[in-house]
Design a protein around this ligand. Structure first.
Ligand code: CP
Ligand code: NVA
Length: 308
């Protein structure tokens, strides 16, 4: 079964093909209305379930629009409305859904839920974010970087802030796409070491540098994300803010990166916390291209999963 569960679990040749395919599909739609159907209709006759156990704007809308553009049909389901939220096992849910739909996209909390869904589904499963990783986002980010700056191989990416699920997928991508990655943040919010080791084992230079100004020197791309993720307890908010304040991406920090460095944030953002509006709306920022590219990248991912 061709699941898309994580970037480090997917063959690098396939990942490259998906990025190139996404770019080609984006170009083919240039100037057309959002609701226009793609000419080839590759998902005609395919039914896709989009399951959300956490809130979403971009993932929900971009997957739904992507399926429709490709001629497929989609249903957006909230975890709480399914029997899944009332005690039915994930394994049983996976086997039942596989009798109705051709593809499942799941956003959930524990990674084990995603893995169990994939184990028992007889149709492909796509990871739409877990507490640990967010691979669809980083596929869109690679597409975004490359359309602005060319191949990401050998470039320096710096992550400032919380070592969270989005960082983890950047680390996976560093290994698979061959770029270097520096994490700068407080030791209490370091990423899991396994993510760093996996990328290092594939030859990427992966560093932790505590001083953010030092970390961004030579950066081609500076990335941050919310200081409090959906799975984090809200009671930790104030403590996290105190720990992360020094890692805000502001104009001073961007000025310490390469002059043509890009700025990314997967959104949703808390303006003036992890990044200032001056940066988010400034000349380095490509945040809305990232959001758009979720659509194109995920269309390529769905086609890869379905082999169409
Ligand atoms: N970046 C992202 O996944 O956004 P949503 O939570 O709105 O889907
Ligand atoms: N790290 C964030 C990403 C949201 C798209 C979260 O998990 O809430």
């Amino acid at each position: 079964m061709t699941h898309f569960l994580d970037i480090h679990k997917t063959d690098p040749t396939d990942l490259r093909a998906m990025i190139d395919h996404a770019a080609a599909m984006k170009t083919a739609r240039d100037g057309r209305p959002k609701g226009a159907l793609d000419d080839d209709q590759p998902l005609k006759n395919y039914m896709v379930a989009l399951i959300f156990e956490k809130p979403s704007t971009r993932t929900r809308v971009s997957f739904d629009v992507g399926v429709r553009q490709m001629g497929g049909q989609s249903m957006v389901l909230s975890g709480a409305d399914l029997q899944l939220g009332h005690g039915e096992t994930i394994a049983d849910t996976a086997r039942v859904l596989s009798r109705y739909v051709d593809l499942i996209m799941l956003r959930t909390f524990e990674e084990d839920v995603l893995l169990e869904m994939a184990e028992y589904a007889s149709v492909p499963v796509i990871n739409g974010l877990t507490n640990r990783t967010h691979p669809c986002q980083i596929m869109a980010d690679i597409l975004t970087f490359e359309e602005h700056r060319g191949p990401i191989r050998g470039k320096k990416v710096v992550w400032s802030g919380d070592g969270n699920n989005v960082f983890a997928s950047f680390a996976h991508a560093a290994g698979q796409f061959g770029f270097d990655l520096t994490f700068t943040g407080p030791p209490t919010l370091d990423p899991e070491n396994i993510f760093l080791e996996e990328a290092r084992a594939k030859g990427s230079k992966i560093e932790i540098i505590r001083d953010p100004m030092e970390a961004v020197a030579g950066a081609d791309l500076v990335v941050t994300d919310t200081w409090v993720s959906m799975h984090d307890s809200q009671s930790a908010k104030e403590r996290r803010h105190n720990q992360l304040r020094g890692y805000q991406v502001n104009e001073r920090l961007m000025a310490a990166a390469k002059p043509d460095a890009l700025f990314m944030h997967c959104l949703p953002a808390h303006r003036e916390d992890e990044a200032t509006s001056a940066v988010m709306d400034g000349p380095h920022s490509v945040i809305f291209d990232e959001a758009e590219n979720r659509l194109h990248a995920q269309k390529a991912i769905m086609r890869w999963c379905l082999g169409v």
